[in-house]
Design a protein. Structure first.
Length: 216
């Protein structure tokens, strides 16, 4: 029963609509009415610029980290799982809250930033590999959605490789959840995949560093 309290708090924190709140407070703009219509950090950056997009992304990451590293440690009573598993589950519920936020009609972001926050708190080394994969994709192609999906799949693959090839061991539940998250994030990006295949996906050419080097 005590799990319900942990999950309820994690959901309510994860559901905080960072992009919508900051967009309305600082610019008087509802990001859901512009760009891709998504209430996430990428669309906030696209519609409102990096000065708002970056804080939105950081808040989204913080939601996952707070729930995994903070909420899971609250003394809310005994639970039938170990502390590491509870941290992962609280972070996962925060991701669900971000994607399906009760505050704005259950239409939120795609969960990448919040999932990253959860994983930073529970699996920092795989996250470092995922961040490198995301950066490589972003700086090569300027495509945030491609980088997000690549990073999502890098995490479970890294966990499996670390468990197999090193002394660093992650619990089975984390492997299963990160695989599920990779599938989930891919599904939430299905419209992006369609636009990528049609070559209609919006990119950020200003971050494609190799183009700058060629021009020199």
């Amino acid at each position: 029963m005590n799990l319900v309290y942990y999950f309820a708090l994690s959901y309510l924190i994860g559901a905080f609509p960072s992009a919508v709140v900051l967009g309305r407070m600082l610019r008087g703009v509802d990001v859901r009415r512009h760009g891709s219509g998504n209430a996430g950090g990428t669309n906030a950056w696209r519609v409102l610029g990096w000065k708002i997009g970056v804080p939105v992304m950081l808040l989204d990451v913080a939601k996952g980290a707070i729930c995994a590293a903070g909420i899971s440690r609250l003394p809310l009573g005994p639970v039938p799982v170990d502390p590491q598993t509870l941290a992962v589950l609280c972070g996962l519920v925060a991701v669900l809250g971000h994607v399906f936020p009760v505050y704005i009609g259950f239409r939120g972001g795609k969960g990448v930033g919040t999932a990253a926050g959860m994983l930073i708190a529970t699996a920092p080394i795989p996250v470092a590999f995922a961040a490198a994969a995301f950066a490589l994709c972003l700086f090569s192609f300027g495509c945030v959605s491609c980088g997000s999906m690549l990073a999502a799949w890098t995490v479970p693959v890294s966990i499996l490789l670390l468990n197999w090839l090193s002394t660093i061991q992650h619990p089975l539940v984390l492997t299963i959840i990160t695989l599920a998250l990779a599938v989930f994030i891919t599904i939430t990006h299905r419209k992006n995949i369609g636009r990528i295949l049609r070559r209609e996906e919006k990119t950020f050419p200003q971050v494609q560093l190799w183009k700058r080097w060629i021009r020199r």
